[in-house]
Design a protein around this ligand. Structure first.
Ligand code: TTP
Length: 588
């Protein structure tokens, strides 16, 4: 949820950095011969050549779109190179993309507080770096400005007197008479240019960026000029930007709330919201959402850049659309075992590399009853305490599934055991681990996760008593992604693996006492025994850094959804926003 910065006196410099056609760039780096060619990444299945999930800019020039199947892409661009997403355990293996994203994050994090917002996007709070630059080497003192910085887009800046745009940008960046906010923003432009160039040099990836005084505006700006460009939003341009911004383009308004604003209040642009008093917006949408709407209409967002480079949860999922829907318990168990294996590997990696443990295991599924096509009943998500070890995770997940299925079927009374046809279909499964925290000090606390038969003192037979209806994994997703319910799973990436949303853990929590871990076992790699117990060995394991993102193209894939389920939190932050941010961002 947005949190207002306590210090409202100074302007912040916030950047949103988004890698361009990310999976395509990763594949092109693996196969340099693809560079410059129209390329797309596809999640292959037999149906019409699989679904496109990333489209390179050369292919976009031919009209190839992410919504297309491979065969359709070939129709509009016969020479397109379709690269298949790597597969492991019968499902997409995103680890190479996650790791590539981590490379970029480690570079971007050098200049300021860094929040990894998804697999390929990052927020940076560059306020301190900009202040330092302004004090030491202000742009106005520079003889030369980097050519790349001169290619920046500055919203509201128009070339005048026949000057070319680079000259105009240079003049804007180096103005002596600019106010403090704009001077800081100019420093932000130079810092982000440098970071983007460094990313290119070290990783070969291009990225685009938005630079503004808050996250919301930076995010809006980063998508305005792609690929490999950056856009800046001076304070004076905010109103103009929002006045004409279609309401659905605003983060968190791409879904039902945006539709309701259009239909109920006749709002078409964000600027149209200015016509309504805060009372009216609260009356229509409740206290919290009303205030939030009032704020965003004025470009107000006090949401902090969180220092977090690691995910708050790990997940693994797969969808089974159409005829591939699962209809036997045995097939469900097979797939759950695959998903749990992947999850367990990632948990192991996280423990090994980051010294963190997860506490909650959650199962989400999408299902329907084949004899009851009208049924809107959702398969209930279920959670229980997480026990480490692949076999335990598999066992607990299967128990969660059975508990969910019993509830889903209710009095429907079909047979749920065995591998017989039983009148239900599963169209998506996902398993996730959340509540990830640093390992407590001391060896014992770590060992018990691996060696104890049952960390929580419950046997698997007792597990059903521990089941709880799973709360949303994290409210940090988009409007359509704020809760990972079964419908969403089904709707996303039809025909392909589903995405699990991962929000990010607070980096502060990672501050481990070094000797805690060292005291355990310096070679502390972990591998799996067939029994499902774990032991320490020298085995290598892969990175656990993981950040998936929602599939929807709209910009609502971020956090802070002002919907009913989040009202309490939103209320607090909305109030804080008003108190702390209004003075500097109130634009009326
Ligand atoms: P995006 O940042 O949304 O898109 P992109 O990086 O491919 O292209 P752009 O330059 O327009 O930002 O997504 C990042 C990666 O996430 C994308 O390369 C592939 C993956 N992805 C999916 O697998 N499914 C999806 O529905 C979306 C939106 C993305």
């Amino acid at each position: 949820m947005p949190v207002a910065r306590p210090d409202s006196s100074g302007a912040r410099i916030i950047a949103h950095v988004d890698l361009d056609c990310f999976y395509v760039q990763v594949e092109q780096r693996k196969q340099p011969k693809l560079r410059g060619l129209p390329t797309a990444v596809v999640q292959y299945n037999e149906w019409k050549g699989g679904g496109l999930i990333a489209v390179g800019y050369e292919a976009r020039n031919y009209g190839v779109k992410r919504s297309m199947r491979g065969d359709e892409a070939k129709e509009v661009c016969p020479q397109i190179e379709l690269v298949q997403v790597p597969v492991a355990r019968g499902k997409a293996d995103l680890s190479s993309y996650r790791n590539a994203g981590s490379e970029v994050v480690s570079i971007l994090a050098r200049k300021g507080r860094c929040e990894r917002a998804s697999i390929d996007e990052v927020y940076l709070d560059l306020t301190d770096a900009a202040e330092a630059m302004l004090a030491e080497t202000p742009p106005e003192s520079l003889d030369e400005v980097d050519e790349e910085a001169l290619k920046s887009h500055i919203l509201g800046l128009e070339s005048k007197d026949g000057n070319d745009s680079k000259a105009t940008v240079k003049e804007w960046l180096c103005r002596c008479d600019a106010d403090h906010r704009d001077k800081l923003l100019a420093c932000g432009v130079l810092i982000v240019t440098e970071l983007r160039m460094q990313v290119l040099k070290e990783t070969e990836f291009t990225c685009s960026a938005g630079i503004a005084h808050n996250k919301m505006l930076a995010k809006l700006a980063s998508g305005m000029n792609k690929p490999a460009q950056q856009t800046t939003v001076p304070f004076s341009s905010v109103k103009g930007l929002l006045d004409s911004l279609p309401i659905k383009k605003m983060k968190q308004l791409g879904g039902k709330l945006g539709t309701s604003l259009q239909n109920e209040l006749g709002v078409t642009t964000v600027g149209d919201l200015l016509k309504f008093s805060e009372d009216k917006l609260q009356e229509s949408y409740g206290f919290n959402t009303g205030t939030w709407l009032w704020n965003i209409a004025r470009g107000i967002s006090g949401e902090e850049v969180q220092a977090r480079l690691l995910p708050k949860s790990h997940g693994s999922g797969k969808s089974f659309p159409g005829p591939r829907a699962l209809k036997t318990v045995a097939s469900v168990q097979h797939w759950l075992n695959q998903l749990c294996e992947e999850l367990s590997e990632r948990l192991c990696s996280d423990l090994e590399q980051n010294k963190r443990i997860a506490h909650t295991l959650t199962l989400h599924a999408s299902a329907f009853k084949s004899s009851d096509s009208d049924s809107r009943k959702k398969f209930p998500s279920k959670s229980c305490p997480l026990r480490y070890g692949t076999a335990k995770i598999q066992e607990d997940t299967f128990n969660l599934f059975q508990a969910g299925l019993r509830e889903f079927l209710g009095s429907f009374g079909v047979k749920t055991q065995g591998s017989h046809y039983s009148g239900w279909r599963i169209t998506a499964l996902s398993v996730s681990a959340s509540k990830i925290v640093p390992v407590l000090s001391g060896t014992c606390s770590i060992m018990k996760y691996f060696n104890g038969p049952d960390k929580f003192g419950s046997t698997s037979e007792q597990l059903p008593d521990n089941f709880i209806d799973a709360a949303p994994l994290s409210p940090s997703g988009s409007e359509s992604y704020s809760t990972l319910n079964s419908t969403e799973l089904q709707n996303e990436l039809p025909g392909e693996q589903v995405w699990i949303e991962h929000s990010m853990a607070d980096l502060g929590q990672l501050e481990m006492k070094a000797n805690t871990w060292n005291g355990l076992d310096p070679s502390c790699s972990i591998s799996k025994q067939t029994s499902g117990q774990w032991f320490h060995s020298g085995t290598e394991s892969s990175s656990s850094l993981d950040q998936n993102k929602p599939q929807n193209r709209d910009d609502s894939r971020m956090r802070s959804v002002p919907i009913k389920s989040n009202q309490q939190e939103h209320k607090k932050s909305a109030l804080k926003d008003k108190v702390h941010s209004c003075p500097s961002f109130y634009l009326q």
